[in-house]
Design a protein around this ligand. Structure first.
Ligand SMILES: [Fe+2]
Ligand SMILES: [Fe+2]
Length: 271
């Protein structure tokens, strides 16, 4: 058996964001509307979640996007510091970007993997994978550069094709193939809302999930827990977790065995 911990949607802020001006200030005000913009509080929640994830003895921790509030360099530096303070070894952590991580700059996450997050590049860069006893973890980016008024995602066709080859590779038979990604697969019921917030061109990923029984998805973005079946009566294979930034539970635990990923417990934030 292999255990996976999921932590998602940290939305980290830099300490001195109140010294921002102009467009950067307005962008942050727009993105943090309705949520506390306290950088220290967000950092404490993220550290608490990551430490708890380490203490669960999970074999691997996936952090499924919206790592930062708007992706400025100082926020990625804050993330690197929090990860280091958590004492999780980098080879046990996979990071994927979310829509928030590219609001400042479409290359921000890639640049962070070459800079403050370079220790995590081996498990987190596009094309990476981490093979464990019962799970193959594949980081899939759904983040694309967008104006702050949109929060949708897109998976590059090449990434879906590679995921399909891995999910159907007999070398990984009996393993769960786990796509760690930010946006959930599928479509919002309201087309306009899907254009604003949903995973664009979802058909290829949906077809892959329908075809490959060992393929599972752990996603963020929705800020709520989810267990979704691909077809009626089947075991759930699409899982979402509450957001660290505003959730009541901040770590979701799964166990993988015999080609199935099963949620175990949700770990609450410290009182
Ligand atoms: Fe988020
Ligand atoms: Fe998001």
């Amino acid at each position: 058996m292999t255990r996976i911990a999921q932590v998602t949607d940290l939305h980290l802020l830099e300490d001195r964001h109140d010294s921002r001006s102009g467009m950067e200030l307005w962008r942050l005000r727009y993105l943090t509307f309705g949520r506390s913009p306290c950088a220290r509080r967000r950092r404490e929640r993220a550290l608490d979640a990551l430490v708890r994830a380490r203490m669960t003895d999970a074999d691997h921790v996936i952090v499924t996007g919206d790592l930062t509030e708007d992706g400025v360099s100082a926020q990625f530096e804050a993330l690197a510091e929090v990860l280091s303070e958590s004492k999780l070894s980098p080879e046990r952590v996979t990071l994927v970007p979310g829509n928030h991580d590219l609001y400042d700059d479409g290359r921000a996450f890639a640049r962070a993997l070459e800079g403050p997050l370079r220790a995590y590049a081996r498990t987190s860069r596009p094309g990476a994978m981490t093979e464990l006893r019962d799970v193959l973890i594949v980081p899939i980016s759904t983040a694309v550069p967008l104006p702050v008024t949109r929060s949708s995602g897109l998976i590059e066709q090449g990434a879906v094709e590679r995921l399909g080859r891995l999910a159907e590779d007999p070398h990984f038979a009996w393993k769960v193939v786990l796509s760690a990604q930010h946006h959930p697969p599928g479509k919002h019921a309201i087309a306009a809302w899907h254009w604003i917030d949903g995973l664009q061109a979802p058909e290829a990923m949906d077809a892959l999930l329908a075809r490959c029984e060992r393929l599972h998805v752990a996603h963020g973005h929705a800020h709520r827990s989810e267990n979704r079946s691909i077809r009626a009566g089947a075991s759930p294979r699409v899982f979402g977790a509450e957001a660290v930034v505003d959730g009541e539970t901040t770590v979701r635990l799964y166990r993988a065995t015999h080609g199935r990923l099963v949620p175990e417990t949700d770990v609450a934030l410290a009182a």
